[in-house]
Design a protein around this ligand. Sequence first.
Ligand code: NDP
Length: 472
Amino acid sequence: MTATAPARLRHLVAGTLRASASDETIASVNPSDRDDVLSLVPVGDATDVRLAVEAAQAALPGWRDTSGPARARLLHDWAAVIDARAGELADAMVREVGKPIAEARGEVARCIVLLRYYAGEAVREIGEVIPAQQSASLQFTLREPLGVVALITPWNFPLAIPLWKAAPALAFGNTVVLKPSELSSFTASLLGETAMAAGIPAGVFNLVYGSGVTVGEPLIECEAVRAVSFTGSTRVGARVAALAAGRNIRFQTEMGGKNVAIVLPDADVEQAAALVAGGAMRFAGQKCTATSRVVVAGAVEEAFLAALRRQVEGMPLGPVTDPAAAVGPMITAAARDGVSRTLVEADAEPLFSIPVPANGGYERGNFLAPTVVRGAADADLAQRELFAPVLWVLRARDVDEAISIANGTRYGLSASLFTRDLRSALSYIRRIEAGMVRVNGDTTGVDPHAPFGGVKGSSSGSREQGPAAREF
Ligand code: NDP
């Protein structure tokens, strides 16, 4: 990977690139090579936010009155631009957030699907006719856009999450201001470029960089902002929800997880081990849906752990530019060091870990050894989202105890169940407290056509993607 001079980003406001009100910047650094600085990200402030929201508000009447088919054409054009720049966009994610190239390419492909799906939604019906009490009346409902929508997004899916919020918002006639994570702002800047290249009208899609405190909160507080769609940690999501509720505007918060796989005695152990290993370790466990706990019920534990170890040992750590790479680095050295310390102090029985090579370039990246430990269900590490390649193994006597352990956290995003008995599976999945449950599949991966979201501390309840985005 060759380091190039860092790009100095500028906010995208009303279709033009604007210097920040303040000169302050933070460096965006390659997690695989801390010597490689990609960009200098402006630390925006309330002035930058105000200008972007004013631009979004000014663009609203024109965009709201643009016909559904015309909006659909622009979303199709956006998909085509992304398709044409797919390689560059994937490379940006590899370099900025350390995403293995195969997954980065998959994320770009998903963005194209998302845009085409919502282009289709833009031309569907926008209300219903309801029989009226008086026969001479025509009674109908009309869906209308909310107005200016604030999008606040995390770093781990730097293209897909901004797009799965922006595409439906735009399809249904809203204008948006996106505040991406400071750690993925370079990739967000390329997304802004593709929107402009596709001809999305000035002011319809705006982008302001900066921290949650300097940009995120002022954005939610802006009078003209009528809704907030947030994805990130449960801690920050609670703050976002409180601010939005205080203003009585609509919000959705999709948050953290402590996702579980349950392996039942009749499971195909080799298949379960392969999918649990992938769900736990790919992209260094930094997906909201990553498998961070596995509950093994009954007598299969020994066979499962042996198969799991073979699978994890077979997953290349990096370099992330190699199509075979599966794991990759953690986002920052501070995050890696924090998890390392926690593991040393944890009340856990280490089962195995795959050491990070001491040289060969790995020493310049934020790599953490993929680690599997066993311990109690109520231990701190079995309860807390680590966002790291760490899997916590739990034992259960039977399926009832396994489900009870699985449900014993404050989170409820995704879960998986491994069994050959599909009849029982259909009853067990209803007892698992998670927004999404897969049978004989891993906890990660989302189908852009299906509603996505969690329960309990993982979500405020409204769903994203698929037809659910329209309801929000
Ligand atoms: P954070 O919660 O730290 O940040 C998310 C976004 O919120 C960032 O843009 C951040 O800005 C911003 N933010 C921070 N503080 C505030 C605030 N006070 N007001 C408004 N906005 C604020 O999450 P991460 O970026 O670290 O992402 C990882 C987390 O996201 C994990 O918990 C993961 O589970 C979750 N996630 C959930 C998904 C889901 O769909 N359920 C999908 C993907 C990730 P900045 O960081 O620039 O300051």
